[in-house]
Design a protein around this ligand. Structure first.
Ligand code: FNR
Length: 188
């Protein structure tokens, strides 16, 4: 059994440290997880006016989530919350009313910051949003990554053994979380 994981990078930056983190997470994940990025860059700003007739970008987002078994959010912290682009994508996916793409979906959140806080406040903010969206969140382990650019290689490997252990354990737990949730709540 292979699980399809859609991952969101909350940053639109061309030099995103969270994109770097996402590649390291994928590199350290168990072999039975397959990853596809769910892009958020081209979404218009959400309005309920779109509910009657979603534009192609909104439909593509919802179809991408529908084709996954789980979602992983790798996000920066912006002003002690999540970036607007990521919140906008979540708002799109949560609507139209009654067609919430996150309902019962296994999910995990993680993020990197150059500061010691390691996106802790943003992750709490994101968890509140995902709770309302009825996603089945992994609650432990948490991981607040204080980003050191020197330890990340282009191929996703990391040269810091402690970080390697954290990323590996996090992804193994996420895999087990997905299996547990889907055992009770299989995807339709
Ligand atoms: C930040 N940054 C930031 N860092 C943090 O730890 N807590 C915060 O609240 C904020 N707020 C914030 C707001 C805005 C608008 C920007 C642009 C930046 C710094 C941030 O962690 C840093 O720029 C990271 O590199 C952003 O992640 P990406 O885009 O490189 O993945």
């Amino acid at each position: 059994m292979t699980y399809q994981v859609g991952y969101f990078v909350g940053s639109l930056s061309s030099t995103s440290i969270n994109r770097t983190l996402s590649q390291a997470l994928i590199h350290h994940a168990p072999d039975d997880l397959e990853f596809t990025e769910i892009p958020i860059r081209d979404l218009p700003l959400y309005s309920p006016d779109f509910d009657a007739d979603y534009p192609a970008e909104g439909t593509a987002l919802k179809e991408a989530i529908a084709s996954t078994d789980a979602v992983l959010f790798v996000t920066p912290e912006y002003n002690r919350s999540i970036p607007g682009a990521l919140k906008n994508a979540i708002d799109w996916a949560s609507r139209p009313w009654g067609q919430n793409s996150f309902d019962h979906l296994p999910a995990a959140v993680i993020g990197a910051s150059p500061s010691g806080i390691g996106t802790a406040v943003a992750q709490q903010s994101l968890r509140a949003v995902l709770a309302f969206c009825n996603a089945r969140q992994m609650t432990a382990p948490e991981a607040y990554i204080n980003f050191n650019p020197e330890v990340y290689a282009e191929d996703g490997t990391v040269s810091d053994p402690e970080l390697e252990q954290i990323l590996t354990a996090y992804m193994q737990e996420f895999r087990d979380h997905i299996e547990r949730v889907l055992t009770v709540l299989p995807r339709g």
